[in-house]
Design a protein around this ligand. Structure first.
Ligand code: IMP
Ligand code: MG
Length: 177
């Protein structure tokens, strides 16, 4: 059920997502040749993206999950972040690749970076499927971006509206009717 007064329009089809993710995986593989990567997927939004992306990366990898949630519901990020599930393994001296669904204000990523730096990894790279620069409130050094999008609220392929729609196989945006 789409919220009243809204309609859902497809922004990226399954095929477009698959093609871009194959390209991103090839680039990550090329840039990190000879390294082992510690992949950290930020839950929950990146669960489908990371599942597809890791199969496009031809390197030795380990995979861990970090649960983060922004306080505040619905469509605005409050910038107040809490860890709902911490990593299961240390990242000291590891080459970390953080996988996010979307960077919007950048506040979640900034919190994560500050937190991770205290754990002394060998390096940190950031990979996000979507980047919405219109709302950016702090600088985030993004290494890999799937798509840069306009300022609209997107759902599907892992992204939610109040926890719903994560299972849509495509990314759509909610528009006013
Ligand atoms: P930021 O802290 O504002 O960069 O937001 C990061 C988090 O807000 C993302 O990881 C998403 O969980 C959520 N978010 C931001 N924009 C959207 C959107 O358009 N759709 C769904 N979730 C979003
Ligand atoms: Mg998220």
């Amino acid at each position: 059920m789409i919220p009243a007064g809204k309609r859902l329009e497809v922004l990226y089809t399954e095929e477009q997502l698959a093609e871009r993710i194959r390209e991103m995986g090839a680039q990550i593989t090329q840039d990190n040749a000879g390294r082992e990567l510690t992949i950290v997927a930020v839950l929950k939004g990146s669960f489908l993206f990371v599942a597809d992306l890791v199969r496009a990366i031809d390197l030795p990898v380990t995979i861990d999950f970090l649960g983060l949630s922004s306080y505040g519901e619905e469509t605005r990020s409050s910038g107040v972040v809490k860890i709902t599930k911490d990593l299961s393994m240390p990242i000291q001296d590891k080459h970390v690749l953080v996988i996010e669904d979307i960077v919007d204000t950048g506040l979640t990523m900034r919190y994560l970076l500050e937190n991770f730096e205290t754990r002394k990894p060998a390096s940190i790279q950031i990979c996000t499927l979507l980047h919405k620069p219109a709302n950016q409130r702090c600088d985030v050094p993004i290494d890999y971006t799937g798509f840069v999008i306009e300022d609209s609220f997107v759902i599907g392929y892992g992204l939610d509206l109040a926890e719903r729609y994560r299972n849509l196989p495509y990314i759509g945006h909610l528009l006013d009717t």
